[in-house]
Write a protein that binds this ligand. Structure first.
Ligand code: GAP
Length: 515
C-alpha cells in the first residue's frame, strides 16, 4: 500500500474510532456513499458551518441568509437545466458489470501519464544525487516533454468532448488509449450514455409524472426562486448576496473516497447578485475572499490552488475550483462560478414572474448577473481532518501520539477538565465544580475514566486545544495546570483565569478578524 493510501486508511479509521464519522446504517452493512456524523463529527461540522456563515452573513452587511426547503416545484429543475443537462457520461464494463464515469476513466489515464513523469523524476534524482535540479530536468528531458504533450492533448480532447456532450468522442478516446477496467483489466465496454444525477420521488398520492419531485441536487435554486421575496423584504440594493447551508442529493455513478463524493451531502452556497457587466470584477473578488477564508485556518498555501474549469457547467461563463491536496491528490474543494443571468432568466420565463431589479443609479431594470461561491461542507470536513491528523514523537519520550491539530475555533471540545486521580472524592468534586462553570462558556468535557496520560492522549486524538488538570495543589491554592495540545507546555494558573485564557484562543472572532 502506498504511503498516501495508508494515510487515508488511517484517517477513515480514526474518524470512526473517535466518533467523527460512521458508515450509514452500519448494522445492516452500511449504505454505499452515505455516512453519519458522530458526536465529535457533528460538533466539528457545526463549527465549519458557523465559520462559513459568520464569514458570509455576519461580516457582510449586504449578504443575508435563508433556509429553503429541499423539495421544490418540479418546474424549478426544468428552468435550471438540471432535467436536461445534469448528466454524467456513464459506461459499463460488459465483463465485470462495473459501472464507471467515462470522463473519470480518461482522467485516470492522464494520472497514469503524470505518474510516468514522476517516475522519470525519481530515477533522475537517484542518478544525479545532490546535483539534481528538478526544474531543469522537467524543462529539458525529452521523455518528460513527450508525456506532458500527451497529457495536454488528452486534456483538450476531453474538454471538447465534455463541452459538446459528444459521447461518441468519449468512447473513441477510451478505445484509442486502450483504457481498461481499473478493477479487472477488461476492455470490453458498452457505449457511453447519459445518466441524470437527480434522485426523484413522488408527491403525496399523486401518481406518475405529475407527482414527480426531485431531491434538490444543489441548494442554489432555493436562493434563485426566493430572489424577489428576499429583495422585497430586506430592501437590499445590488450588489447583494443570499447565503444558504443545506442538504443536496446526487445519484453519483461512482461515489468513492469516503465523504469526498457522497450521494447525500451538504452545501454552503452564496449567490451574489450584481449589475451585468461587473460580474468579472466580483468573480475575482470572491476568488480572493474565498481563498483567504481557507488560508485563515492555517492551511499551508501549497495545499491549496486555483484550477480553471476546462469545460464549463451549463450555466456558467467562467468557473474556477479551489483545489485542496487531499491524501489522494489535488481535488475540487470549492467552486466559484460566474452564472450570468442564466437561472433568473429561465425562472422568469417559466414562472411568468418578473425577476428583475430596478437600478436607481442607471434608472433601468435588468435581470441581475450572479457570481456564486459553492463549497461542500463534508468535503471541507475531509480537508480539515486530513490536514489536522498527524502522528508525532512525544518530546523527551520514546513513544508517539496521534494528534488532531484542528484550529482551536473548530475543535469539537475546547477544553477538557481532568482530575489527577479518579477515585479521590475531593479531586473529582473540585474538577466537576470547575467543569460546571466552564460549560456555560464553551464545549467542555469532564473525564475521569483513565490514567491522566490516557486522558491526555484521548483529548489529543479529538483535537482538544486545552486540558485542565486538577491535582492536590488545586485543593490548597485554587490553581490548576493548563496543558496546550500542540506544544505540550503546561502552566500553573489560577482557576479564575481558565475561562479567559481558553476563550482567547478558541473564539471564532480571532479567525474572522483575519478575513
Ligand atoms: N451550485 C453549484 C454547484 O452545485 P458543484 O461544483 O456541482 O456546483 C459545489 O458543487 C460543491 O459541492 C463542490 O465543490 C463540492 O465541494 C460539493 N459537492 C459536489 N458534489 C458532491 C458530492 N457528491 N459529495 C460531496 N460533496 C459534493
Amino acid at each position: 500500500m502506498s504511503q498516501t493510501a495508508d494515510q487515508f486508511k488511517k484517517l477513515v479509521a480514526h474518524c470512526k474510532e473517535y466518533g467523527f464519522i460512521y458508515p450509514s446504517s452500519e448494522i445492516y452493512d452500511g449504505l454505499s456513499a452515505v455516512y453519519d456524523y458522530g458526536p465529535n463529527g457533528v460538533a466539528l461540522k457545526m463549527a465549519i458551518k458557523e465559520y462559513w456563515w459568520k464569514a458570509m452573513v455576519q461580516l457582510h452587511e449586504n449578504i443575508v441568509g435563508i433556509d429553503a426547503a429541499i423539495f421544490m416545484h418540479p418546474k424549478t429543475w426544468k428552468a435550471s437545466g438540471h432535467v436536461d443537462a445534469f448528466n454524467d457520461p456513464l459506461i459499463d464494463n460488459k465483463d465485470s458489470k462495473r459501472r464507471y464515469r467515462a470522463d473519470q476513466l480518461i482522467e485516470g489515464y492522464m494520472e497514469k501519464l503524470q505518474a510516468k513523469i514522476d517516475r522519470e523524476v525519481q530515477k533522475a534524482a537517484k542518478r544525479f544525487g545532490e546535483a539534481f535540479d528538478r526544474e531543469k530536468f522537467l524543462a529539458e528531458s525529452p521523455r518528460v516533454a513527450k508525456y506532458v504533450a500527451q497529457i495536454e492533448q488528452v486534456r483538450q480532447r476531453l474538454a471538447q468532448a465534455m463541452t459538446a456532450v459528444d459521447l461518441g468522442a468519449l468512447k473513441a478516446m477510451i478505445e484509442e488509449y486502450q483504457i481498461a477496467d481499473p478493477e479487472t483489466g477488461s476492455r470490453n465496454w458498452t457505449e457511453v450514455r447519459q445518466f441524470n444525477l437527480m434522485f426523484s420521488t413522488q408527491l403525496g398520492a399523486i401518481a406518475g409524472e405529475e407527482g414527480k419531485l426531485y431531491l434538490r441536487p444543489e441548494t442554489a435554486q432555493g436562493i434563485f426562486v426566493n430572489f424577489l421575496n428576499v429583495r422585497n423584504t430586506t430592501r437590499q440594493k445590488i450588489p447583494f448576496g443570499i447565503a444558504q447551508i443545506g442538504k443536496a442529493f446526487r445519484n453519483e455513478i461512482v461515489a468513492r473516497q469516503f465523504i469526498f463524493r457522497m450521494r447525500e451531502f451538504e452545501q454552503m452556497e452564496m449567490q451574489f447578485f450584481v449589475r451585468p457587466g461587473t460580474e468579472m470584477e466580483w468573480y475575482e473578488y470572491w476568488k480572493a475572499q474565498r481563498m483567504k477564508w481557507h488560508l485563515a485556518l492555517g492551511t499551508p498555501a501549497d495545499k491549496l490552488r486555483f484550477h480553471d474549469h476546462d469545460n464549463l457547467a451549463h450555466y456558467a461563463n467562467a468557473a474556477v475550483d479551489i483545489e485542496f491536496a487531499f491524501p489522494f491528490g489535488f481535488r475540487e474543494l470549492e467552486g466559484i462560478h460566474s452564472r450570468t443571468d442564466f437561472d433568473l432568466k429561465n425562472h422568469q420565463e417559466l414562472s411568468g414572474k418578473k425577476l428583475q431589479y430596478f437600478d436607481p443609479e442607471l434608472q433601468q431594470s435588468y435581470i441581475p448577473y450572479v457570481v456564486e461561491t459553492s463549497i461542500g461542507c463534508d468535503r471541507m470536513f475531509l480537508a480539515v481532518m486530513s490536514q489536522a491528523l498527524v502522528e508525532e514523537q512525544v518530546p523527551g519520550q520514546g513513544n508517539t501520539r496521534e494528534l488532531l491539530k484542528l484550529h482551536p475555533a473548530l475543535a469539537p471540545v475546547k477544553c477538557a477538565v481532568l482530575p489527577l486521580k479518579r477515585n479521590d472524592e475531593q479531586l473529582v468534586a473540585k474538577a466537576r465544580a470547575i467543569f460546571d462553570v466552564l460549560k456555560y462558556s464553551f464545549d467542555c468535557q469532564y473525564d475521569d475514566t483513565g490514567s491522566i496520560g490516557k486522558l491526555y492522549r484521548r483529548q489529543d486524538a479529538i483535537g482538544t486545544p486545552y486540558c485542565i488538570t486538577v491535582d492536590y495543589q488545586t485543593l490548597e491554592d485554587d490553581t490548576v495546570t493548563i496543558r496546550e495540545r500542540d506544544t505540550l507546555q503546561q502552566e500553573r494558573i489560577a482557576v479564575t483565569r481558565v475561562e479567559e485564557i481558553v476563550r482567547q484562543r478558541v473564539d471564532m472572532k480571532s479567525l474572522l478578524q483575519k478575513l
